[in-house]
Design a protein around this ligand. Structure first.
Ligand SMILES: Cc1cc2nc3c(=O)[nH]c(=O)nc-3n(C[C@H](O)[C@H](O)[C@H](O)COP(=O)(O)OP(=O)(O)OC[C@H]3O[C@@H](n4cnc5c(N)ncnc54)[C@H](O)[C@@H]3O)c2cc1C
Length: 380
């Protein structure tokens, strides 16, 4: 593993750092999980896109810079260091896009990627259902073939759809062959949310934001062109998406390094570095863990570029970053004491961090995957 940055990578970092310093909004935007905040965040996404910083690793024809994975990591580090806004386009650009690059037809890539990059079309993930979360293969929403119309009729309900109340499109899994074995009868669809027969009902979260949605499908028609990958191979396509969600793209180390740095600053401001050895130890450990995650990611990138995709090992990464995020915020609240109730950024971050061990597949499920598929332990 080569830990030195090349002159062109350093130049990229410097140019980006200057641009961020000049362009990142001065104060925090309202939460991207509120209706008003979502619109404000999309304006920022447009600024990023116009400067060709929205999707740096994508090819130029889709709005990117053809940047390497290393440059993408640099982008993420500088982005979070600059305190730039949360990416409300993340489920599209970080989860769906890698899957479209791998499984999409040329027409689908040309049709969807540029508008996803610019934020003109925004994507939510329609997988979980009221009776199918961890057991994703248990989904009951159906896709029934309509030969006359040349497509599929969707029926059923999705839930926990992040920012579903604000997005324009949904990527969803539907059961297309009820007679097949559970994992084999699913198909992955790209669905415009204004399709007749689709109803989106937003609902609030415990932290007061309103970005979740339930999405109902009643005989909603989608043409064949909206199937991603092969019919009845939706499970295989979905597993590629979860690799991005748990592994490299959704939570890059830059995010945690920046939080660890803010934690150190908070510790110094409070004078706890001199007065409280126990807290000082926790802050130091949090910083070490963020650095360890950075090094682990550099290793993953090295392996990925050598053609050795991480596969089930992305579950290890997911457990690590989600538990690290809780520890970072928990330590900050400890430092703030009763003032934490009044200090909204750390408190909000803490509340969201608590959901990290649940979304992207719960950590209990990840531990099962690690036990069985990484360590080769028996199922029982
Ligand atoms: C902030 C947030 C955002 C989300 N965004 C989306 C989204 O955009 N789109 C989407 O489709 N979904 C989304 N989800 C849903 C998420 O994927 C599910 O919550 C998750 O998969 C767990 O499913 P569940 O809630 O039905 O819990 P359950 O599956 O009912 O699990 C309940 C508990 O039982 C445990 N458990 C279940 N099965 C096992 C087992 N076999 N072994 C050990 N323990 C087990 C679980 O770990 C958990 O602790 C989001 C969730 C959160 C919290």
């Amino acid at each position: 593993m080569d830990l030195t940055w090349s002159p062109s990578e350093q130049a990229f970092r410097a140019e980006l750092g200057e641009w961020l310093a000049a362009n990142v909004p001065a104060g925090p935007l309202p939460s991207g999980d509120t209706a008003e905040g979502f619109v404000r965040h999309l304006e920022w996404e447009r600024t990023l896109f116009d400067a060709r910083y929205a999707v740096v690793s994508w090819p130029e024809e889709y709005g990117g810079r053809g940047a390497s994975l290393w440059e993408w990591l640099i982008f993420e580090e500088e982005y979070y260091r600059a305190g730039a806004p949360q990416r409300v386009t993340q489920n599209g650009i970080f989860l769906l896009a890698p899957t479209i690059f791998d499984f999409g037809t040329a027409e689908q890539q040309d049709r969807y990627l540029p508008k996803m990059a610019s934020g003109e079309e925004t994507w939510c993930q329609g997988w979980s259902e009221p009776d199918a979360g961890s057991d994703l293969a248990g989904i009951r929403s159906t896709a029934t073939r309509d030969d006359t119309a040349g497509g599929w009729r969707l029926n059923g309900q999705k839930t926990w759809t992040t920012r579903g109340a604000f997005c324009t499109h949904l990527f969803g899994l539907f059961r297309s062959d009820p007679t097949a074995e559970r994992h084999r009868g699913l198909t992955y669809f790209l669905v415009p949310l204004d399709t007749p027969g689709v109803t989106v009902r937003g609902f609030g979260r415990l932290d007061g934001d309103e970005g979740f949605a339930e999405v109902f499908f009643e005989e909603a028609f989608v043409p064949d062109a909206l199937v991603l990958g092969e019919v009845n191979n939706g499970w295989g396509v979905a597993m590629a998406t979860t690799g991005s969600e748990r592994g490299l793209t959704l939570r890059s180390p830059g995010r945690f390094l920046a939080t660890a740095q803010r934690l150190i600053e908070l510790c110094r401001e409070r004078g706890a570095d001199a007065s409280d050895p126990a807290i000082r130890h926790r802050v130091a450990q949090a910083y070490i863990d963020a650095e360890a995650y950075q090094l682990q990611t550099l290793r993953t990138v090295t392996r990925t570029l050598a053609g050795d995709a991480p596969g089930a090992e992305s579950s290890l990464t997911k457990v690590f970053w989600s538990e690290l995020d809780v520890r970072l915020h928990d330590t900050a609240l400890e430092l703030l004491g009763h003032e934490a109730e009044l200090e909204s950024a750390w408190m909000k971050g803490y509340e969201f961090a608590l959901s990290g061990p649940i979304y992207a597949g719960t950590n209990e499920i990840q531990r099962n995957v690690i036990a069985e598929r990484v360590l080769g332990l028996p199922r029982k």
